[in-house]
Write a protein that binds this ligand. Structure first.
Ligand SMILES: [Zn+2]
Length: 339
């Protein structure tokens, strides 16, 4: 069991709760006492996926993403990124911590987007920061990261005891999926995080929504399809595995840029569940506690909130039967419905 330093106020609250709960069943701190259930979660982030690509490629060019998001799963193509930045590492850190970005507002503080900064998330935030990895690990589960950019070393560096396996193959999308599929067949982690970077890589090189960008999305579509096929063909996974898919940001058609956080092409992303127990549904129809944002960019004060990419940490923990990441923001009540 990993010992985690927690803010004193949380300890005090937990202590108070345990007095209040006594002498009945232990309900004081779900995150510390719950054990993971028998399920598996595979979280997939398609880096730089502008949902327009799903329409442009159609069901012929992107059969698997369309299947997952629109035809079989519970999905939407109108979720939102983080508000402060539409950049890769800050958004992915929100996905695994459930926090916003800005450190002075309780965010994780990761505002850089390369691998020249060697700080941890905790150093960026200025205090302890837990994650989906620490929660799964504490609850007796295992975790794995499969990523295609070197900056993703941040996760293992920040949670060395909670990231059990870390596969980073720079710009090798097929290789990381091969490693994942091999692990799924033999010894699947409770929680796997997969980052597929090719659409972003080609978007920066040739421009978003260009023919080569669309080809990159089609390539990733095949890889996502191979993960779905692996789940379906593995008896120990078929009936208890949920794939959760989203993106860190989109990208502006015809440009090589996705850094304008107020541009809808950048802040609109897909968010979808697929797998055991997941109905075929529009994710907003399944979630009256979330509001379709239309073309807008709702702020922190909006109520209800739109579905956001940062919800992936706490909803994954919810699927696994354990409580939210301490001091997180997105889906902290774990009320995002996935079934
Ligand atoms: Zn990028």
């Amino acid at each position: 069991m990993t010992h985690l330093r927690r803010p004193a106020v949380v300890l005090a609250a937990a202590l108070a709760a345990s007095f209040l709960a006594a002498p009945g069943p232990a309900t004081a701190d779900r995150a510390d006492t719950a054990r993971v259930n028998e399920k598996h979660v595979i979280a997939i982030s398609v880096d730089g996926l502008n949902p327009r690509a799903l329409n442009r490629l159609g069901r012929t060019g992107a059969p698997n993403l369309n299947r997952l998001i629109r035809d079989e799963g519970a999905g939407t193509v109108n979720a939102r990124t983080q508000l402060e930045m539409t950049l890769t590492l800050p958004n992915h850190t929100s996905m695994v911590t459930g926090r916003r970005i800005k450190a002075s507002k309780g965010g994780h503080g990761v505002t850089w987007n390369d691998d020249t900064v060697t700080k941890t998330v905790q150093q960026a935030a200025g205090h302890e920061v837990d994650s989906v990895f620490t929660q799964v690990h504490e609850a007796g589960g295992t975790t794995a990261v499969y990523a295609t950019k070197s900056k993703f070393w941040l996760f293992e560096r920040s949670w060395p005891k909670a990231v059990d396996k870390n596969v980073i193959q720079v710009e090798k999308n097929a290789a990381v999926v091969k490693a994942l599929r091999s692990d799924l067949a033999s010894d699947p982690a409770t929680f796997s995080f997969v980052h597929l970077g090719r659409p972003d890589q080609i978007g920066h090189r040739d421009g978003w929504m260009t023919p080569t960008y669309l080809k990159a999305v089609a390539q990733v579509d095949k890889l996502v399809g191979s993960i779905m096929a692996q789940v379906e063909s593995t008896p120990s996974l078929r009936n208890n595995t949920v794939i959760v898919l989203t993106s860190d940001h989109g990208g502006i058609p015809g440009t090589r840029n996705h850094g304008i956080r107020t541009n809808r092409e950048d802040y609109r992303v897909a968010f979808a569940f697929w797998g055991a127990g997941v109905p075929h549904a529009d994710l907003y129809a399944l979630n009256p506690d979330r509001a379709k944002p239309g073309r807008t960019r709702p702020g922190f004060g909006a109520s209800p909130q739109p579905i956001r990419n940062g919800e992936i940490a706490n909803v994954s923990l919810d699927i696994l039967g354990i409580g939210p990441v301490p001091d997180s923001l997105w889906d902290r009540d774990q009320d995002l419905a996935w079934k």
